[in-house]
Design a protein around this ligand. Structure first.
Ligand code: DX5
Ligand code: ZN
Length: 215
């Protein structure tokens, strides 16, 4: 079964609790929270204050995707707010696993994400220190963009490394995921998908999530 994370970026924030309940009833496995700082990406979104409130109303794992330029300053804040999974970008931490290790040392799962134009070969040394590899299938920054098929090469490479090096991490994919793009992602070795606009736009989210899971 494909694990399904719902990206809250496409939720109606005037009715966030109702939206979270809808996602729970639709059967999503994780809530994906996109944190943007206006520096690493040209958009600003959700801070720890909102995550803390979501944490209070839901038991679903919180998969926090940090698209920020200074994650070292903020990881503790996001952990305290209730993040179960904390993903940082390779473009920000470069080839240095220190931050990933700090996240893990606090009992939180550490994720690494790469934008479509990043060369995964430059980050090979980080894969021993992660619990999640988040392939960006669009450029980080906005929901509702079109899936970039060439990004699946990163999932394939990560799946090979996982096997060859005897590692254990999930491979997730984020951006433009729908019922057409999820199957090739699964074939490329992806274990879980993040879905935002397609899920929130679907007429029957429960059916949509069930079909994504069956991918
Ligand atoms: C983009 C975010 C994604 C986005 C996915 O920067 O990381 O999580 O919200 O949304 P869709 O599914 O609309 O591409
Ligand atoms: Zn995301």
């Amino acid at each position: 079964m494909t694990i399904v994370a719902a990206s809250l970026l496409s939720a109606d924030f005037m009715h966030l609790e109702t939206q979270v309940r809808m996602l729970e009833q639709a059967g999503v496995d994780w809530l994906h929270v996109d944190v943007m700082d206006g520096h690493f990406v040209p958009n600003l979104t959700i801070g720890p204050f909102i995550i803390e409130q979501i944490r209070r109303i839901s038991k679903l794992p919180l998969d926090v995707h940090l698209m920020i330029a200074n994650p070292e300053k903020y990881i503790n804040t996001y952990i305290q707010a209730g993040a179960d999974w904390l993903t940082v970008h390779g473009e920000v931490i470069k080839n240095d696993p220190t931050l990933l290790r700090k996240i893990r040392a606090q009992g939180v799962k550490a994720g690494l994400s790469l934008n479509p134009d990043a060369d995964i070969g430059d980050y090979s040394g980080l894969f021993e220190d992660i619990d999640l590899f988040l392939v960006m299938s669009v450029f980080a920054g906005f929901g509702g963009q079109a899936f970039i098929p060439s990004t699946l090469d990163k999932a394939r490479t990560a799946a090979v490394w996982r096997e060859e090096r005897g590692l254990r991490f999930f491979i997730s994919i984020d951006g433009g995921i729908n019922l057409d793009t999820a199957p090739p992602a699964r074939q490329a070795g992806v274990d879980m998908v993040v879905s935002g606009s397609a899920l929130f736009r679907s007429a029957d989210p429960r059916d949509f999530v069930a079909r994504l899971k069956e991918t």
